[in-house]
Design a protein around this ligand. Structure first.
Ligand code: HGY
Ligand code: MN
Ligand code: MN
Length: 420
């Protein structure tokens, strides 16, 4: 069976540009336009309304659930059957490009528009969804909306999460007008598909058209609080200091050593993304630091060993630097495999289109890993230029790269949507 339908690449590219203008900012360093649509901010709200307007224009039946996830449904010939869902996210980190997450949502809507133009009605209904706070960049835990929808995080726990200003998820959902009424636990979809940029260098460097994603690696996030003693920078001898920022710096250097040592396998990654000193002024030894630690590993056992090593190092640094160190787990997901049958369908669809494909694990977390808990789930990756840089305004995938990935998702959708 060759592919019957194909999307309109330029229409998709234009849709990505239009959404990318919402929450855009001029990045000083690069002179590029970036995107900042932190979850449940006004910019995210504007982005949500923009995408909902597109869903309405396609005549889709839209529901918003109690955690602000938005679902848009296209009826099927046998409308009582469980739908095939395509989804991703439109919230972004503050230094984003216009592709992360948005490709999956706008690509799915482009598929709907293609089906409408062809007056093609699938046996099963189709649902296009975007989920709340996939990034975890504002409220501290990633894939929040999908995790609530699939039962990993209780909604009351999600509602109570707060940002640095103390604003809670519940308050911000209400404020934005996205505290929906629909029950967050849906009956499981028949299957779940997501098209996403790789956000790394592999596909582009090795010259592959699409990625067949085998699963998502383990993710572990800590928020670490280091309490030392603020003191005068001029009069306090070095040996009398309890310097929280030195302790944080030692932990950061340890993270790099841990990741590059090979002790936890060749793909261990470790990042100290946020470092907040108090009082954070030029002539005061920092008495307090709050930092974040992000650990990733495609092997669960190695991840557990790396976590244990990091926690032991916290204790060592506390003793040696004379500070108190406490930490809390803010996100933790084990490795998640994707459905083998759908992976094979993705590979076959790519081959039928003459597209080269590489099976690969995802370095980033995605909504698909949550939906894999309740249904068959899989992902299609597209390459990115500039070594696939992401969470950076330089993030870029070409019109053709995006179209290849979304066309493969279209083909697999059509197969899944005809299954009994
Ligand atoms: O952190 C991640 O992997 C994703 O961008 N939420
Ligand atoms: Mn993403
Ligand atoms: Mn992201």
């Amino acid at each position: 069976m060759t592919h019957s339908l194909s999307i309109q690449p330029q229409r998709l590219a234009d849709a990505l540009l239009a959404l990318g203008r919402i929450g855009s900012y001029l990045d000083e360093g690069s002179g590029l336009w970036g995107v900042s649509r932190l979850a449940l901010t006004a910019a995210d709200g504007e982005g949500r309304h923009h995408v909902i307007a597109k869903m309405q224009a396609l005549g889709l039946q839209i529901t918003t659930d109690r955690i602000g996830n938005v679902y848009a449904r296209r009826r099927g010939r046998e409308d009582s059957l469980a739908p095939v869902m395509m989804g991703s996210h439109i919230d972004s980190v503050p230094t984003a490009g216009r592709f992360d997450g948005c490709l999956g949502v706008l690509g799915a809507l482009e598929i709907i528009e293609t089906l409408d133009a062809a007056q093609h009605w699938t046996r099963r209904p189709i649902v296009v969804a975007f989920f709340t706070e996939e990034e975890g960049a504002r409220f501290g835990t990633d894939m929040l909306g999908s995790a609530v929808a699939t039962g990993r995080i209780p909604i009351e726990e999600a509602y109570a999460l707060h940002d640095r200003a103390g604003l809670t998820v519940a308050e911000e959902l209400r404020q934005l007008g996205f505290l929906g009424e629909a029950e967050e636990h849906l009956p499981p979809p028949h299957a779940y598909l997501e098209c996403h940029i790789e956000q790394g260098p592999v596909l582009r460097r090795r010259g592959f058209d699409v990625g067949v994603v085998t699963g998502v690696q383990a993710i572990s996030w800590h928020e670490v609080t280091i309490v030392g003693r603020s003191a005068h920078a001029g009069t306090t001898p070095m040996e009398l200091r309890a310097d929280a920022s030195v302790a944080a710096s030692r932990i950061n250097l340890y993270l790099r050593e841990l990741a590059t040592s090979g002790r936890f396998g060749p793909q261990q990654r470790a990042t100290m993304g946020a470092m907040s000193p108090t009082p954070g002024l030029v002539n005061i030894v920092p008495g307090r630091m709050v930092v974040t630690v992000d650990l990733r590993n495609p092997d669960d056992a190695q991840m557990r060993a790396a976590e244990a090593a990091v926690i032991a190092f916290y204790a060592q640094v506390a003793t040696e630097e004379g500070v108190q160190i406490s930490w809390r787990q803010t996100a933790r997901t084990s490795c998640v495999p994707f459905d083998g049958g759908i992976q094979a369908a993705i590979a076959a669809a790519a081959s039928r289109r003459g597209l080269s494909q590489l099976s690969m694990v995802s370095g980033a977390g995605h909504d698909a890993q949550e939906w894999a808990r309740v249904t068959r789930a899989a992902m299609v990756f597209v390459p990115g230029e500039y070594d696939g840089i992401s969470h950076n305004p330089r993030e870029f995938s070409t019109v053709e790269q995006c179209a290849n990935g979304v066309n493969v998702m279209l083909d697999v959708l059509l197969e899944l949507a005809e299954e009994s």
